[in-house]
Design a protein. Structure first.
Length: 372
Protein backbone atom coordinates (compact mmCIF):
# COMPACT_ATOMS: atom_id res chain seq x y z
CA UNK A 1 0.00 0.00 0.00
CA UNK A 2 2.75 2.44 0.95
CA UNK A 3 4.72 1.61 -2.19
CA UNK A 4 1.66 2.15 -4.39
CA UNK A 5 0.96 5.49 -2.74
CA UNK A 6 4.52 6.69 -3.23
CA UNK A 7 4.75 5.29 -6.76
CA UNK A 8 1.60 6.98 -8.04
CA UNK A 9 1.95 10.26 -6.20
CA UNK A 10 3.44 12.71 -8.75
CA UNK A 11 5.00 14.86 -6.05
CA UNK A 12 7.20 11.99 -4.90
CA UNK A 13 8.54 11.59 -8.42
CA UNK A 14 9.26 15.30 -8.72
CA UNK A 15 10.82 15.83 -5.32
CA UNK A 16 12.78 12.66 -4.71
CA UNK A 17 14.59 12.96 -8.01
CA UNK A 18 16.88 15.42 -6.21
CA UNK A 19 18.81 15.15 -2.97
CA UNK A 20 18.35 18.11 -0.62
CA UNK A 21 17.95 18.42 3.12
CA UNK A 22 14.17 18.20 2.92
CA UNK A 23 14.07 14.90 1.08
CA UNK A 24 16.78 13.48 3.33
CA UNK A 25 15.01 14.60 6.51
CA UNK A 26 11.70 13.22 5.18
CA UNK A 27 13.28 9.81 4.63
CA UNK A 28 14.71 9.84 8.15
CA UNK A 29 11.39 10.99 9.57
CA UNK A 30 9.66 8.08 7.84
CA UNK A 31 12.13 5.70 9.48
CA UNK A 32 11.70 7.45 12.83
CA UNK A 33 7.92 7.09 12.69
CA UNK A 34 8.10 3.38 11.86
CA UNK A 35 10.45 2.79 14.78
CA UNK A 36 8.29 5.00 17.01
CA UNK A 37 5.28 2.81 16.26
CA UNK A 38 7.43 -0.21 17.02
CA UNK A 39 8.22 1.32 20.42
CA UNK A 40 4.49 1.56 21.16
CA UNK A 41 4.03 -2.10 20.24
CA UNK A 42 7.00 -3.14 22.39
CA UNK A 43 5.59 -1.26 25.40
CA UNK A 44 2.09 -2.63 25.12
CA UNK A 45 3.29 -6.17 24.44
CA UNK A 46 5.75 -5.91 27.37
CA UNK A 47 8.71 -6.72 25.17
CA UNK A 48 12.29 -5.52 25.78
CA UNK A 49 12.50 -2.06 24.29
CA UNK A 50 15.88 -0.60 25.21
CA UNK A 51 17.41 -1.43 21.82
CA UNK A 52 14.49 -0.13 19.75
CA UNK A 53 14.29 3.01 21.90
CA UNK A 54 17.97 3.77 21.42
CA UNK A 55 17.70 3.27 17.66
CA UNK A 56 14.55 5.42 17.50
CA UNK A 57 16.27 8.21 19.40
CA UNK A 58 19.36 8.01 17.19
CA UNK A 59 17.30 8.24 13.99
CA UNK A 60 15.35 11.15 15.47
CA UNK A 61 18.58 13.00 16.27
CA UNK A 62 19.86 12.46 12.72
CA UNK A 63 16.59 13.76 11.29
CA UNK A 64 16.86 16.89 13.47
CA UNK A 65 20.32 17.63 12.11
CA UNK A 66 18.84 17.81 8.62
CA UNK A 67 15.85 19.87 9.74
CA UNK A 68 16.24 21.80 12.97
CA UNK A 69 12.55 22.04 13.96
CA UNK A 70 12.50 18.25 14.22
CA UNK A 71 14.21 18.76 17.58
CA UNK A 72 10.74 19.50 19.01
CA UNK A 73 8.99 16.80 17.01
CA UNK A 74 11.35 14.05 18.15
CA UNK A 75 11.71 15.15 21.78
CA UNK A 76 8.01 15.71 22.44
CA UNK A 77 7.05 12.47 20.66
CA UNK A 78 9.38 10.45 22.89
CA UNK A 79 8.10 12.13 26.06
CA UNK A 80 4.48 11.41 25.06
CA UNK A 81 5.20 7.68 25.32
CA UNK A 82 4.91 8.05 29.09
CA UNK A 83 1.11 8.17 28.58
CA UNK A 84 1.04 4.45 27.84
CA UNK A 85 0.35 2.32 30.92
CA UNK A 86 3.64 0.87 32.07
CA UNK A 87 5.87 0.70 35.16
CA UNK A 88 6.92 4.07 36.56
CA UNK A 89 10.58 3.31 35.88
CA UNK A 90 9.88 2.93 32.19
CA UNK A 91 7.96 6.21 32.13
CA UNK A 92 11.07 7.89 33.54
CA UNK A 93 13.18 6.31 30.78
CA UNK A 94 10.97 7.77 28.06
CA UNK A 95 10.83 11.19 29.66
CA UNK A 96 14.61 11.14 30.03
CA UNK A 97 15.13 10.02 26.43
CA UNK A 98 13.13 12.99 25.14
CA UNK A 99 15.02 15.44 27.34
CA UNK A 100 18.42 13.95 26.48
CA UNK A 101 17.56 14.03 22.79
CA UNK A 102 16.68 17.73 23.03
CA UNK A 103 19.87 18.58 24.93
CA UNK A 104 22.13 16.60 22.58
CA UNK A 105 20.74 18.29 19.47
CA UNK A 106 20.84 21.74 21.09
CA UNK A 107 24.42 21.42 22.32
CA UNK A 108 25.80 20.00 19.08
CA UNK A 109 23.93 22.61 17.02
CA UNK A 110 25.28 25.42 19.21
CA UNK A 111 28.84 24.15 18.86
CA UNK A 112 28.38 23.79 15.11
CA UNK A 113 26.98 27.32 14.75
CA UNK A 114 29.77 28.78 16.85
CA UNK A 115 32.49 26.93 14.92
CA UNK A 116 31.17 28.05 11.52
CA UNK A 117 30.21 31.53 12.78
CA UNK A 118 26.54 31.20 11.83
CA UNK A 119 24.46 34.27 12.68
CA UNK A 120 22.56 33.48 15.89
CA UNK A 121 20.29 36.51 15.41
CA UNK A 122 19.03 35.14 12.12
CA UNK A 123 18.41 31.77 13.74
CA UNK A 124 16.41 33.37 16.57
CA UNK A 125 14.14 35.20 14.10
CA UNK A 126 13.22 31.90 12.43
CA UNK A 127 11.02 31.02 15.42
CA UNK A 128 9.21 34.37 15.41
CA UNK A 129 7.18 34.10 12.21
CA UNK A 130 3.80 34.10 13.98
CA UNK A 131 4.29 37.14 16.28
CA UNK A 132 6.14 39.11 13.58
CA UNK A 133 3.35 38.57 11.05
CA UNK A 134 0.77 39.54 13.67
CA UNK A 135 2.64 42.75 14.48
CA UNK A 136 3.07 43.62 10.81
CA UNK A 137 -0.63 43.07 10.07
CA UNK A 138 -1.65 45.20 13.05
CA UNK A 139 0.56 48.05 11.86
CA UNK A 140 -0.65 47.57 8.26
CA UNK A 141 -4.37 47.66 9.16
CA UNK A 142 -4.48 49.69 12.39
CA UNK A 143 -1.32 51.78 12.40
CA UNK A 144 -3.19 54.76 13.84
CA UNK A 145 -3.99 52.71 16.98
CA UNK A 146 -0.36 51.95 17.85
CA UNK A 147 0.65 53.74 21.04
CA UNK A 148 3.93 55.71 21.14
CA UNK A 149 5.60 53.32 23.58
CA UNK A 150 4.50 50.32 21.47
CA UNK A 151 5.93 51.95 18.34
CA UNK A 152 9.26 52.53 20.11
CA UNK A 153 9.35 48.91 21.30
CA UNK A 154 8.63 47.59 17.81
CA UNK A 155 11.12 49.95 16.21
CA UNK A 156 13.84 48.65 18.55
CA UNK A 157 13.89 45.29 16.75
CA UNK A 158 12.12 46.13 13.46
CA UNK A 159 12.00 49.00 10.98
CA UNK A 160 8.56 50.30 11.95
CA UNK A 161 8.13 52.50 8.87
CA UNK A 162 8.90 49.60 6.54
CA UNK A 163 6.51 47.12 8.16
CA UNK A 164 3.30 48.09 6.27
CA UNK A 165 5.24 48.25 3.01
CA UNK A 166 6.79 44.79 3.16
CA UNK A 167 3.97 42.89 4.89
CA UNK A 168 2.86 39.92 2.78
CA UNK A 169 0.06 37.77 4.27
CA UNK A 170 1.37 34.41 3.02
CA UNK A 171 5.07 34.70 3.80
CA UNK A 172 6.94 36.22 6.74
CA UNK A 173 10.40 36.41 5.15
CA UNK A 174 10.05 40.12 4.16
CA UNK A 175 9.19 41.04 7.75
CA UNK A 176 11.85 38.76 9.24
CA UNK A 177 14.39 40.50 7.03
CA UNK A 178 13.85 43.64 9.11
CA UNK A 179 14.67 41.98 12.45
CA UNK A 180 17.68 43.17 14.45
CA UNK A 181 17.65 41.90 18.05
CA UNK A 182 20.63 43.42 19.82
CA UNK A 183 19.74 42.61 23.43
CA UNK A 184 17.17 40.87 25.59
CA UNK A 185 15.74 44.14 26.93
CA UNK A 186 14.65 45.22 23.45
CA UNK A 187 13.11 41.83 22.80
CA UNK A 188 11.25 41.83 26.13
CA UNK A 189 9.90 45.30 25.39
CA UNK A 190 8.68 44.08 22.00
CA UNK A 191 6.89 41.10 23.58
CA UNK A 192 5.18 43.48 26.01
CA UNK A 193 4.01 45.65 23.10
CA UNK A 194 2.93 42.58 21.14
CA UNK A 195 0.76 41.42 24.05
CA UNK A 196 -0.71 44.89 24.55
CA UNK A 197 -1.78 45.06 20.89
CA UNK A 198 -3.15 41.50 21.08
CA UNK A 199 -5.58 42.53 23.80
CA UNK A 200 -7.02 45.27 21.58
CA UNK A 201 -7.17 43.41 18.25
CA UNK A 202 -7.17 39.62 18.80
CA UNK A 203 -9.07 39.05 15.53
CA UNK A 204 -6.30 40.78 13.59
CA UNK A 205 -3.76 38.44 15.15
CA UNK A 206 -5.86 35.39 14.28
CA UNK A 207 -6.26 36.61 10.69
CA UNK A 208 -2.51 37.12 10.39
CA UNK A 209 -1.80 33.55 11.53
CA UNK A 210 -4.48 32.00 9.32
CA UNK A 211 -3.33 33.98 6.28
CA UNK A 212 0.16 32.59 6.78
CA UNK A 213 -0.91 28.96 7.29
CA UNK A 214 -4.39 28.13 5.91
CA UNK A 215 -3.14 25.88 3.09
CA UNK A 216 -1.75 23.38 5.62
CA UNK A 217 -5.20 22.51 6.98
CA UNK A 218 -7.81 23.70 4.45
CA UNK A 219 -9.02 20.96 2.06
CA UNK A 220 -8.58 21.61 -1.66
CA UNK A 221 -6.82 24.91 -1.00
CA UNK A 222 -3.42 25.76 -2.40
CA UNK A 223 -1.15 28.64 -1.45
CA UNK A 224 -0.31 31.13 -4.17
CA UNK A 225 2.96 32.14 -2.51
CA UNK A 226 5.04 29.47 -4.23
CA UNK A 227 4.04 26.96 -6.89
CA UNK A 228 4.71 23.30 -6.19
CA UNK A 229 6.84 22.81 -9.28
CA UNK A 230 8.89 25.26 -11.29
CA UNK A 231 8.30 25.25 -15.06
CA UNK A 232 11.46 26.68 -16.55
CA UNK A 233 10.09 28.73 -19.42
CA UNK A 234 12.70 31.38 -18.77
CA UNK A 235 16.21 30.19 -19.64
CA UNK A 236 17.64 33.26 -17.90
CA UNK A 237 16.12 31.88 -14.70
CA UNK A 238 15.12 35.29 -13.34
CA UNK A 239 12.37 34.05 -11.06
CA UNK A 240 13.85 30.84 -9.74
CA UNK A 241 13.77 32.06 -6.14
CA UNK A 242 9.96 32.09 -6.23
CA UNK A 243 9.61 28.34 -6.65
CA UNK A 244 10.09 25.16 -4.69
CA UNK A 245 12.09 23.14 -7.14
CA UNK A 246 13.37 23.58 -10.69
CA UNK A 247 14.25 21.37 -13.62
CA UNK A 248 16.51 23.39 -15.88
CA UNK A 249 17.00 22.98 -19.62
CA UNK A 250 19.41 25.40 -21.23
CA UNK A 251 18.54 24.48 -24.81
CA UNK A 252 15.18 24.35 -26.56
CA UNK A 253 15.37 20.62 -27.21
CA UNK A 254 12.57 18.12 -27.86
CA UNK A 255 13.10 16.88 -24.31
CA UNK A 256 12.60 20.40 -23.00
CA UNK A 257 9.40 20.91 -24.96
CA UNK A 258 8.03 17.53 -23.85
CA UNK A 259 8.75 18.38 -20.24
CA UNK A 260 7.01 21.75 -20.45
CA UNK A 261 4.00 20.18 -22.15
CA UNK A 262 3.46 17.49 -19.51
CA UNK A 263 4.73 18.82 -16.16
CA UNK A 264 1.53 20.65 -15.26
CA UNK A 265 -0.94 17.97 -16.34
CA UNK A 266 -1.18 16.00 -13.04
CA UNK A 267 -2.07 19.17 -11.11
CA UNK A 268 -5.31 19.40 -13.10
CA UNK A 269 -6.29 15.73 -13.45
CA UNK A 270 -9.33 14.72 -11.37
CA UNK A 271 -8.29 12.23 -8.70
CA UNK A 272 -4.58 12.86 -9.16
CA UNK A 273 -4.80 16.55 -8.28
CA UNK A 274 -5.90 15.74 -4.71
CA UNK A 275 -2.24 14.96 -3.96
CA UNK A 276 -1.38 18.62 -4.56
CA UNK A 277 -3.50 19.98 -1.70
CA UNK A 278 -1.71 19.80 1.64
CA UNK A 279 -4.88 20.28 3.66
CA UNK A 280 -6.23 17.03 2.25
CA UNK A 281 -3.46 15.05 3.93
CA UNK A 282 -4.09 16.84 7.24
CA UNK A 283 -7.81 16.10 7.21
CA UNK A 284 -7.25 12.50 6.17
CA UNK A 285 -5.07 11.99 9.25
CA UNK A 286 -7.61 13.74 11.46
CA UNK A 287 -10.38 11.47 10.18
CA UNK A 288 -8.25 8.40 10.95
CA UNK A 289 -7.70 9.73 14.46
CA UNK A 290 -11.41 10.39 14.85
CA UNK A 291 -12.15 6.77 13.97
CA UNK A 292 -9.68 5.56 16.58
CA UNK A 293 -11.05 7.95 19.18
CA UNK A 294 -14.67 6.92 18.60
CA UNK A 295 -13.66 3.27 19.01
CA UNK A 296 -11.68 4.12 22.17
CA UNK A 297 -8.34 3.04 20.68
CA UNK A 298 -6.52 5.77 22.56
CA UNK A 299 -3.09 4.16 22.55
CA UNK A 300 -3.03 4.09 18.77
CA UNK A 301 -3.63 7.83 18.70
CA UNK A 302 -0.11 8.32 20.06
CA UNK A 303 1.25 6.99 16.77
CA UNK A 304 -0.01 10.15 15.07
CA UNK A 305 1.88 12.48 17.41
CA UNK A 306 5.02 12.93 15.26
CA UNK A 307 3.00 13.79 12.14
CA UNK A 308 0.78 16.22 14.02
CA UNK A 309 3.82 17.93 15.50
CA UNK A 310 5.29 18.38 12.01
CA UNK A 311 2.01 19.97 10.88
CA UNK A 312 2.20 22.37 13.83
CA UNK A 313 5.75 23.36 12.86
CA UNK A 314 4.47 23.99 9.33
CA UNK A 315 1.74 26.27 10.68
CA UNK A 316 4.42 28.19 12.60
CA UNK A 317 6.72 28.28 9.54
CA UNK A 318 7.52 31.38 7.44
CA UNK A 319 5.59 30.29 4.32
CA UNK A 320 1.96 29.31 3.81
CA UNK A 321 1.39 25.99 2.07
CA UNK A 322 5.06 25.37 1.33
CA UNK A 323 5.23 21.76 0.22
CA UNK A 324 8.94 21.55 1.00
CA UNK A 325 8.09 21.81 4.71
CA UNK A 326 5.22 19.33 4.47
CA UNK A 327 6.98 16.45 2.70
CA UNK A 328 7.48 14.37 5.91
CA UNK A 329 3.74 14.32 6.59
CA UNK A 330 2.91 13.17 3.07
CA UNK A 331 5.49 10.40 3.30
CA UNK A 332 3.99 8.83 6.42
CA UNK A 333 0.30 8.95 5.43
CA UNK A 334 0.18 5.34 4.11
CA UNK A 335 2.02 4.10 7.22
CA UNK A 336 -0.45 5.80 9.53
CA UNK A 337 -3.37 4.50 7.46
CA UNK A 338 -2.11 0.95 8.02
CA UNK A 339 -1.55 1.75 11.71
CA UNK A 340 -5.14 2.98 12.09
CA UNK A 341 -6.55 -0.09 10.31
CA UNK A 342 -4.49 -2.33 12.57
CA UNK A 343 -5.77 -0.47 15.63
CA UNK A 344 -9.40 -0.62 14.58
CA UNK A 345 -9.18 -4.36 13.91
CA UNK A 346 -7.36 -5.17 17.15
CA UNK A 347 -9.24 -5.77 20.37
CA UNK A 348 -6.10 -5.69 22.48
CA UNK A 349 -2.38 -6.18 22.42
CA UNK A 350 -1.85 -8.64 25.22
CA UNK A 351 -3.89 -7.53 28.23
CA UNK A 352 -7.32 -8.23 26.74
CA UNK A 353 -8.34 -4.59 27.22
CA UNK A 354 -9.53 -2.10 24.66
CA UNK A 355 -7.00 0.45 25.76
CA UNK A 356 -3.60 -0.48 27.24
CA UNK A 357 -3.24 3.11 28.48
CA UNK A 358 -6.20 2.68 30.80
CA UNK A 359 -5.98 0.88 34.11
CA UNK A 360 -8.68 -1.79 34.05
CA UNK A 361 -9.12 -1.80 37.84
CA UNK A 362 -9.49 1.92 38.46
CA UNK A 363 -10.67 3.06 35.02
CA UNK A 364 -8.17 5.94 35.14
CA UNK A 365 -5.03 6.81 33.21
CA UNK A 366 -2.68 6.59 36.11
CA UNK A 367 0.46 4.91 37.36
CA UNK A 368 -1.18 1.87 38.90
CA UNK A 369 0.74 -0.94 37.34
CA UNK A 370 2.61 -3.90 38.83
CA UNK A 371 6.27 -3.18 39.01
CA UNK A 372 8.44 -5.59 37.01
Amino acid sequence: MALLFLAFNPLVVYWFSIVIKNTSSAALFLLFLIMYLECILHITNKKPLLKILLLTTLVGVLAAFFRHDFIYVVSISLVLLVLIKQPAKKRIVFAASGIVCFLVITIISSLFNAYFDIDSKRISSEALSIPLQQTARFVYEHGDEVKPWERDAINAILDYEALPKVYTPGISDPVKGLVTIDNNDDFNAYIKAWFSMLQRRPITYIEATLSNSYAYFTPFSRSSVRPVIYNDHDVSNKNRENYDISFLFFTQSTRHQLYLATIGIPQNLPGINIFYYLGNYTWFLLLLMLGLFINKKYTYLLGFAPALLVILTCIASPVNGYFRYYIPVMMVVPILLAWAIYGLRSYSFSTGSDDPCKDQDTGYYGNKYPEQ
